[in-house]
Structures are given as structure tokens and as C-alpha cells.
Design a protein around this ligand. Structure first.
Ligand code: NAP
Ligand code: MG
Length: 403
């Protein structure tokens, strides 16, 4: 078979620990034999980030802005322990944080569903994709503990020095707590556009919910910005695509999500997204089956797995012990990126290949061959646990039969 040609390079961001091992296996076993891979390689492994004073992370994000599509391996976010372990010059920031700040993107997380692994909510037969607004609210708050007898006010000074004051609370007979939150219209608008674009891109309905009945200015502003942008820029496109934008109260949304069968995008404010993404991920069964894509408002895509570097398995691997680490989410990051590259460059054979590789992966698991994490969850009778590499080899056998 002749290898599939690419025209524009894919930005490839390598990473750390067990996922770095998996990264190479995926390329060697499932990508390079079939695709004449054109990639611009950035090593985001912690050692090289340290060597370049983290410049490589910035460079990889600028390259993503330039070319439009990236695939990223999980990376270590250093903490005090890692500074020691890797003898770091500094406690470098989270690469995902750096990349997200440069691309101004929204993260969409969606589960990969396979037969034999029933979600804790069994009616969820289709994926629920969560989009989390990653700016502001309680994550950039100012808070205080205040003694009894305090009067707390909120003060806004405009550019001419004019003050507007409102009382938050008079703490007459008890001490208490206060908190100041903010968000910015620009960030909310960019979140809205990312969500509407991704809904069009994946042909799924989009739901958004806040508590606007209680928070008549703050949450209501989110509702209004979404609604204005939808009416002005997206309504016709949604009608043409046969998809819907649905707004409701957050508590109503939670109730509807639980009763639903999935198959839509759920856009969440920052805190709701933090909490609900963990709930949804757990309910679908395994973090190792959760994909993640960062989408910028101008249409840049960075694909990755939602899980981390699977450190515990890596230490086993270093000791020469056999591992059974699930590579599916990392593999789907590759197929997502290759398919998007194919769509943008009009390479239908590249898109076909990505679709077939995904199907081969799901078929392999549904035929009973899986890694240890899924083996524990699967209800299939003929299930068989295989090691990290043998799983990818089995996927390749399924793929070969399909090509
Ligand atoms: P983790 O790598 O997601 O792993 C946590 C546990 O979940 C693992 O020990 C394993 O459980 C299970 N697991 C996760 N992915 C799996 C897979 N593909 N196959 C099988 N089991 C899987 O989280 P962590 O151990 O808390 O974090 C490790 C490092 O990853 C940290 O340095 C953190 O900074 C980094 N991290 C990076 C990203 C990112 O780059 N996007 C995201 C999160 C964390 P068992 O051990 O029980 O088998
Ligand atoms: Mg969380």
C-alpha cells in the first residue's frame, strides 16, 4: 500500500512518562506504516522544557496558531517533588495553561463509548461533550474573612474616578466571609464562539445553563452574550445544519442531562465545568477513554487525551515490569488531529484513514481485547487483558483487515 500523503505539517507535541512511551508506540505501529507523516516536532518532555527555559512550549503554541492543528501528549505539571526529581531550574508552569492562554481556547472533553462498558447512567448511549469556560469567576476571586462589626461594600471606580458603591453585608453580630468575582465580556464572547463553532463542526446540539434567575446581572450577562452572538452570527448556520442552541437554568440542565441519552455539547461556566466534567467522566467509566480538544475562537485545534502521564505505570515500566496502559485516548488525539488536517487540506484519504483507525480500535475492544483498566469494567464474556504494546498490535491486525 502506498502511504497517505499530507500537505500541511501537523504540530506534534511530545510529552512525559508512560504517555511518552505510548506516543512512540502509536506512531511506530499505527501511524508511520500508513501515513507519510508531515509533522513539526516539539519536545514538551519536562527535561527539554527545562533545558529551553520552557521556550519550547511557547514555540509549540505559536506553531499551532500558524498551522491550525496540533496533537499533544500528556505532560508533567511540575510541583515541588518534580523540581527535585528532574533537578529543574524553576517550577515551570503547566504547558496546557501556557498553550491555552496563547490560543485563547476552550477545552471540549468527550468520552469514547464501547460495548461492554456501561455508563453508571445506562441511558447515556451517546457521548456528552463538556465545554468548560476556563476564565474567571471563583478561579480568579478575591476573598476575605471579616470580623463582626464590619460593613462590606462593593466599590467600582470608573475611568473618571466616579465611584459606585453597594453594600454586600453588614456583619453586625457575627464574623463572616466575603468574595469578589469577575468575568469579562470578551472572554465570555470568545467562549460562546468556540462553543457554537464546535457544535457546527461536530453537528451536535449545544446546551448552555447558568443561574440567571438568582444572579440577575452576573449570570444573566453570560446568557445575554450567548444569545446575542447566536442570533447575530450562528442562527442561520445552525438551521442549515439542523442543530439547536438550547438555554436553560443550571438545575434544569442537570436534571435533563441525567434523563438524556447524550449526543450533545454541554457548555458550562468555569465552576460548573470543573465539577460536571469529573462527574460525567466518572459516569462514563474510565478517564483513559476521555478525549480532549482545545478549540480557539479563530478555529485552531489541539487534540489530546484528558488523562495525565500515568506515572505509576511508568515507574513499573522503568523497573522492567509489564504494563497494561490504555492508549485509546492518546490514539484518538492522533486520529482527531489527522482527520482535522485532512478536512482542512481536502485530503479525503487521510480522513478515511483516521475514521478506520478509530473503528479498528473500538472493534478490537468490542472483540474482547483490552487493557487492564477496561478489563476490570467490561461485561463482555470473552474479554482478555493484554499489555500496552500488544493492544496496539491487535488494533493494527484489525486495521489491516479493514484496509
Ligand atoms: P493520571 O496520569 O491521569 O493517572 C491517574 C491514574 O488514573 C493512574 O495511576 C491510573 O490508575 C489511571 N489512568 C489514567 N490514565 C490511564 C491510562 N491511559 N491507562 C490506564 N490507567 C490510567 O494522573 P496523575 O497520576 O495524577 O498525574 C500524573 C502526571 O500527569 C502529573 O505530573 C500531572 O501533572 C500530569 N497531568 C497532565 C495532564 C495533561 O498533560 N493534560 C493532565 C493531568 C495530569 P492506576 O494507577 O490505578 O492504574
Ligand atoms: Mg475538576
Amino acid at each position: 500500500m502506498e502511504k497517505i500523503k499530507m500537505t500541511t505539517p501537523l504540530v506534534e507535541m511530545d510529552g512525559d512518562e508512560m504517555t511518552r512511551i505510548i506516543w512512540k508506540m502509536i506512531k511506530d505501529i499505527l501511524i508511520l506504516p500508513y501515513v507519510d507523516l508531515k509533522s513539526e516536532y516539539y519536545d514538551l518532555g519536562l527535561e527539554y522544557r527545562n533545558e529551553t527555559d520552557d521556550k519550547v512550549t511557547f514555540d509549540s503554541a505559536y506553531a499551532t496558531k500558524k498551522y491550525g492543528v496540533a496533537v499533544k501528549c500528556a505532560t508533567i505539571t511540575p510541583n515541588a517533588e518534580r523540581v527535585k526529581e528532574y533537578n529543574l531550574k524553576e517550577m515551570w508552569k503547566s504547558p496546557n495553561g501556557t498553550i491555552r492562554a496563547i490560543l485563547d481556547g476552550t477545552v471540549f472533553r468527550a468520552p469514547i463509548i464501547v460495548k461492554g462498558i456501561t455508563p453508571y447512567i445506562p441511558s447515556w448511549t451517546k457521548p456528552i461533550t463538556i465545554a468548560r469556560h476556563a476564565y474567571g469567576d471563583v478561579y480568579k476571586n478575591t476573598e476575605m474573612q471579616v470580623p463582626a462589626g464590619s460593613k462590606c461594600e462593593i466599590v467600582c471606580t470608573d475611568k473618571n474616578g466616579k465611584e459606585i458603591r453597594q453594600t454586600i453585608h453588614e456583619f453586625t453580630d457575627s464574623a463572616g466571609i466575603i468574595q469578589g468575582l469577575h468575568n469579562i465580556d470578551k472572554s465570555i464572547a470568545s467562549f460562546a464562539r468556540c462553543c457554537f463553532n464546535y457544535a457546527l463542526d461536530t453537528k451536535q446540539d449545544i446546551w448552555f445553563a447558568t443561574k440567571d434567575t438568582i444572579s440577575k446581572k452576573y449570570d444573566h450577562r453570560f446568557k445575554d452574550i450567548f444569545s446575542e452572538i447566536f442570533e447575530a452570527e450562528y442562527k442561520e448556520k445552525f438551521d442549515a445544519a439542523g442543530i439547536e442552541y438550547f438555554y436553560t437554568l443550571i438545575d434544569d440542565a442537570v436534571a435533563r442531562v441525567v434523563r438524556s441519552d447524550g449526543g450533545y455539547i454541554w457548555a458550562c461556566k468555569n465552576y460548573d465545568g470543573d465539577v460536571m466534567s469529573d462527574m460525567v467522566a466518572t459516569a462514563y467509566g474510565s478517564l483513559a477513554m476521555m478525549t480532549s480538544v482545545l478549540v480557539s475562537p479563530d478555529g485552531t485545534y489541539e487534540y489530546e487525551a484528558a488523562h495525565g502521564t500515568v506515572q505509576r505505570h511508568y515507574y513499573k515500566h522503568l523497573k522492567g515490569e509489564e504494563t497494561s496502559t490504555n492508549s485509546v485516548a492518546t490514539l484518538f488525539a492522533w486520529t482527531g488531529a489527522l482527520r482535522k488536517r485532512g478536512e482542512l487540506d481536502g485530503l479525503s484519504d487521510l480522513c478515511d484513514f483516521a475514521n478506520k483507525l478509530e473503528k479498528a480500535t473500538i472493534d478490537t475492544i468490542e472483540s474482547g481485547i483490552m487493557t487492564g483498566d477496561l478489563y476490570l469494567l467490561s461485561s463482555l464474556e470473552n474479554k482478555k487483558k493484554v499489555n500496552t504494546e500488544d493492544f496496539l498490535i491487535a488494533v493494527n491486525e484489525t486495521l489491516k483487515a479493514m484496509l
